[in-house]
Design a binder for this molecule. Sequence first.
Ligand code: FEO
Length: 394
Amino acid sequence: MSFKITDTVSWVGKIDWELNKFHGDEYSTHKGSSYNSYLIKDEKTVLIDTVWQPFSKEFVSKLKQEIDLDKIDYIIMNHSEVDHSGALLDLMNEIPNTPIYCTKNGVKIIKGHYHKDWNFVEVKTGDTLDIGKHTLTFIEARMLHWPDTMFTYMSGENILFSNDAFGQHFASEHMYNDKVDSSELYLEAIKYYANILTPFSKFVTKKIEEVLSFNLPVDMICPSHGIIWRDNPLQIVNKYMEWANSYKENQITIIYDTMWNATRKMAEEIAKGIAAIDKDVTVKVYNSAKRDKNDIITEVFKSKMIIVGSSTINNGILSSTAALLEMIKGLKFTDKKAFGFGSYGWSGESVKLITEELKEAGFEIVSDGIKELWNPDEDGLNRCRKLGESVVKM
Ligand code: FEO
């Protein structure tokens, strides 16, 4: 499959309907994904990005149906992660001398992955490539989300090829934002931001301000995953500005794991307490061992406060809680509140350990939390409910 985006630009990527995990096992892709590669036919012919390695041969073979590969004048690698550079080996076997335009870090990363001394051309912000009627301008976008990342802007067509930024893991037979269900699209876009871009929010804000300061007309944003933004493309840019600014909604998320349901009961009572006092706040409750970790992270991203619970086991905390806290720590959320809770039998370290982890993750700890011995009785459940009630004022 390929399709024309404009008279000069075609999509020549791969829709991956089957993908259910990305970045190894780190990111769930409930709706599959796509690896978007773009072919520009001007006086010069340009290929922007490729696809993930398992689709490499299919990509090269389909590209041959679009164009004689020898006619490709330039390859642009906006980002070297293997989901975009994975077809380079097969492609470069066919056209070994074609120049590859990328950032200095891009050269290092591509060499690190493929150990080939291809014809690299290093570019930096403001460098341009005249391709005939149109000009391509490169804009480094370091740490969005790798050190090598860059955008390519095509004047005349006014297209921003943004690579991962503004993308979503969303396989669809419709490739434009005005053709897909907007709520589905935004669900995937916010999940992508929450799970991948959150730690780089400061870079996101700076980069967007820089790009906007160029006053370039943008008719389309073509990311490297998912849907192309052509209807009011700046809507996703404005969303990114919101998301990058310590984003939160009026939401409190309770996340727990439990062995014999005592910590679950505590979670539910805390939720009841919050809901009894504040009729407007959204309270969501997730068992971290049973729900998708990336969906939970998206809810953490949307929350003003998270409350994390675990039973004590072997002087520690349950493995799903520990894993989620590790993810939360890495994502460097800002301006969010938190505290811990959990049941115990004898040693009872879980709440202290959760609190330490949350503090280290940058959360404002608003309570010492609560721990209950064995299975909480009515008094214990009351204590949890009261704590929930008091949370509203924190
Ligand atoms: Fe889609 Fe960072 O690769």
